[in-house]
Design a protein around this ligand. Structure first.
Ligand code: ANZ
Ligand code: ZN
Length: 747
């Protein structure tokens, strides 16, 4: 063991910088793309570079993904962990408008900063395989994808009433309208009739639904996708009009309630997000097919056009919305029990026909903005819509300065004849390019296919490489993408499968939805002034302390609370680790320590596999306590370094090389194995309280749990507890053997 560390404090700045340079130089995290045996494709959702840099939420979630990737690498997996930038779209464009720069200039700066931050966090990305969606080398293939969609009849243009945000001056997909308001700026969304491009995702509704049974995803995300697809089995029922030969068809999931219908309602007054039910009697009547009753026809605001037939049968007795409406307008209410036999009856008499409906709508992919992938379509007066020849791609987005949206219903490119005036690829006559650009979700719908093939310029993704590396083994990302990005990526993958370009229908075998980090008990926001800038914390405490603290705060899928006092306590723990690694080792110690070591390996292994990083770290802390008490063997320290390597990669690399004297990177070393004979437990859990409030817990040998002094010692060195004790006097200590230890502190 080297002497030079004795009594020296741990200098995170020089250690972290040194190892980041070494990893970069030696390509420690480069995947061997050509050698795909035992592969693990570890993907994290790439960010929008639409601010000066990453925020602490990114640091939290990306560390969660990195820990898993590092763990898999130490388990002999050939890990591929890339990073890139979702750099087109309204988020970066708005940010550029704010800073008064052209998006290209702005992104040149911010992307560099994002990359430096990812590096300074110590993440093990393969930087030789990065994608930037606004780069022509990338978006030429997004355009290629659009053309494939068009050729397959899955891209079409139609006049549609669309959601329009007057403040963002653009069209929004249904998913981007949250109870009538724009998801980005909260302005009230209005309806506009515009010609729009759509992708026919509805053709895939049933497959998108069935595929959910095949994948291992966070259950809340699966549930959100099911609901978004919204399959319902129902019936279309025909009503005759009273005064003409006309017929009205309604869609219902409850034909068994037809005997209690008292009105029909059309969608003619439909409004998005309105709460109060409104309506107007049309003056017309229909005839109930069951008993010939006269049924008034109303126009109402709560029936949506474009779902079912856009007309409903109102059954106040069995439907709450209809009841509310009927009461308000004094429409009859008939109390009759539902009649199951009507399902058969109505079909037999040809009054009704069974129909399956989906809530899923076609994906609106055109945007009247500037900063997006240009749509490679040409409108010819003779030939109609013609796609560009593939060999002419990329269709480069021109650099223009008047890119601010005007809200006229046409994008800024429509002011640039030098861009849109062209010739028809079919007949050679005068024609015009589409001036809308694509929704950013098209860019991100296929980026995971590009990563392993980055550098190949003649194909979007190489067949052999794709066969070897896809699907993604673990996708780590935010639950807010449950229905947009994750649905679109699945859809696009299925289309490519049908085109025989991929061998799988589901792109992400596993998806883990991480939680959201908060600060001092509240959501982070600029107005609250509680936004955590990871750079400051890395500089003050080091990336390892930050990583360890982020992973220790709470469950990865919860709402962990970031507190400055917490990270300070974690820094003291990191120093404690450092002193331990630098202490003298023994050749043999108490057999208890060996048992604890094997139990810790088991616990950390099992916890990491379930992303329970916080409890894995707690187990390591208990082990550290024991090593302080009994003096470690060299083996004990080796195991400690290995178990912590995914969490504190720099410190462990330093220890591995310069204290334990190994030659290769700890991150390429093997994960420790435990001996099952040594891990059988006889344990109790001691609850640790501060002033009667539960603050942490200890898992200890049953016998040890009876010992007041020992438990006091262990409990006070738990960083969560240390944080409370720091600088305070203990007035009283209450100990219930085997159960509770309560520190009573003065105020
Ligand atoms: C009569 C009835 C009686 C209904 C009852 C429900 C309960 P899901 O499951 O979402 O498919 N509906 C049909 N078309 C609609 C539209 N365009 N806008 C708003 N509501 C519409 O729900 C289908 C049910 O929602 C249909 O069944 C219809 O109301 C209503 F006790 O018909 B029901
Ligand atoms: Zn033509």
């Amino acid at each position: 063991m080297s002497d030079k560390y004795k009594n020296t404090d741990y200098d995170h700045k020089s250690v972290e910088k040194k190892w980041q340079e070494v990893w970069n130089k030696e390509g420690t995290y480069r995947a061997e793309i050509s050698k795909a045996i035992n592969k693990h494709y570890n993907l994290f959702m790439f960010p929008y570079p639409s601010a000066e840099g990453l925020h602490a939420g990114h640091a939290f979630s990306s560390t969660g993904s990195d820990v898993y990737g590092r763990y898999m690498r130490m388990n002999a997996k050939n890990v591929f962990q890339p990073m890139g930038y979702d750099s087109f779209g309204i988020h970066p464009e708005n940010y550029a408008l704010k800073t008064g720069e052209h998006p290209t200039t702005m992104l040149g700066r911010t992307i560099k900063h994002y990359e430096n931050q990812f590096r300074s966090l110590g993440h093990g990305y393969d930087w030789s395989k990065t994608v930037t969606t606004s780069d022509p080398d990338y978006y030429r293939w997004t355009q290629w994808l659009f053309i494939k969609m068009f050729e397959k009849g899955l891209a079409y243009k139609k006049k549609a009433e669309v959601n329009f945000c007057p403040s963002c001056k653009t069209v929004l997909a249904d998913e981007q309208v949250i109870s009538g308001l724009c998801e980005r700026c909260d302005s009230e969304v209005v309806k506009k009739e515009l010609e729009q491009w759509f992708f026919k995702i509805t053709d895939y509704a049933e497959r998108l639904l069935n595929g959910l049974n095949e994948i291992d995803w966070s259950q809340r995300v699966v549930k959100a996708q099911r609901e978004w697809i919204g399959k319902s089995g129902g019936m279309i029922i025909k009503f005759k009009k009273e005064d003409s030969d006309g017929e009205i068809e309604v869609f219902t999931t409850r034909p068994d309630t037809l005997n209690a219908v008292t009105f029909l309602a059309t969608s003619r007054m439909y409004e998005e997000g309105s709460k109060e039910k409104e309506g107007k009697f049309t003056g017309g009547y229909a005839i109930s097919p069951l008993d010939g009753r006269k049924i008034p026809i109303w126009d109402v605001n709560y029936v949506a056009p474009g779902y079912g037939t856009g007309i409903i049968m109102g059954v106040p007795a069995h439907d709450e919305r209809d009841m509310e409406f009927a009461k308000k307008y004094q429409i009859d209410i008939i109390q009759k029990e539902p009649d199951e036999s009507l399902w058969q009856e109505l079909e037999k008499q040809k009054i009704g026909r069974k129909q399956t409906n989906y809530h899923l709508r076609d994906w609106l992919v055109s945007r009247q903005r500037y900063w997006g992938t240009p749509i490679p379509m040409i409108s010819c007066p003779k030939c109609g819509w013609v796609s560009m020849p593939e060999e002419d791609l990329p269709l480069v987005l021109p650099t223009i300065s008047d890119y601010k949206p005007e809200g006229t219903g046409r994008g800024p490119l429509a002011n640039h004849p030098e861009y849109y005036k062209t010739k028809c690829p079919k007949c050679g006559g005068d024609a015009e390019r589409e001036t809308d650009v694509m929704d950013t979700f098209v860019d991100s719908s296929w980026y995971f296919l590009r990563y392993p093939s980055v550098g190949l310029n003649d194909v979007p993704f190489n067949g052999e490489i794709t066969k070897n590396w896809l699907p993604v083994d673990l996708y780590f990302g935010g639950a807010e993408h449950s229905v947009l990005h994750l649905m679109y990526a699945r859809f696009v993958t299925m289309v490519l499968y049908d085109l025989k370009l991929t061998h799988f229908e589901e792109p992400f075998k596993k998806f883990f939805a991480h939680g959201l980090m908060i600060k001092d008990g509240a959501k982070m926001s600029k107005s609250r002034g509680n936004v955590v800038n990871p750079d400051e914390y890395i500089s003050k405490y080091g990336a390892d302390t930050l990583r360890l603290y982020l992973m220790f705060m709470g469950p990865m899928d919860g709402y962990p609370d970031f507190r400055d006092t917490g990270i300070e306590a974690m820094q003291r723990f990191v120093f404690r680790l450092w002193r331990l690694f630098n202490s003298k080792t023994e050749e043999n110690n108490d057999p208890k320590v060996d048992i604890k070591m094997h139990q810790t390996i088991k616990k950390v292994t099992e916890d990491i596999e379930q992303y329970h990083y916080n409890t894995a770290i707690s187990a390591v802390m208990e082990y550290v306590n024991m090593l302080y008490e009994y003096k470690p063997t060299r083996k004990n320290l080796e195991v400690l370094a290995l178990l912590l390597a995914p969490f504190t990669p720099h410190l462990c690399e330093e220890v591995w090389n310069n204290i334990l004297g190994n030659k290769e990177s700890i991150h390429l070393a093997s994960w420790p194995k435990y001996d099952p004979k040594l891990t059988q437990e006889n344990k109790t859990v001691i609850i640790i309280q501060i002033n009667g409030k539960v603050r942490s817990q200890l898992e200890v040998e049953a016998k040890l749990g009876q010992n007041k002094e020992e438990i006091e010692k262990l409990a006070s060195s738990d960083p969560k507890i240390e944080e409370y004790l720091h600088g305070k006097d203990i007035q009283n200590l209450i100990f219930v053997p085997g159960k509770i230890i309560n520190f009573v502190l003065n105020a």
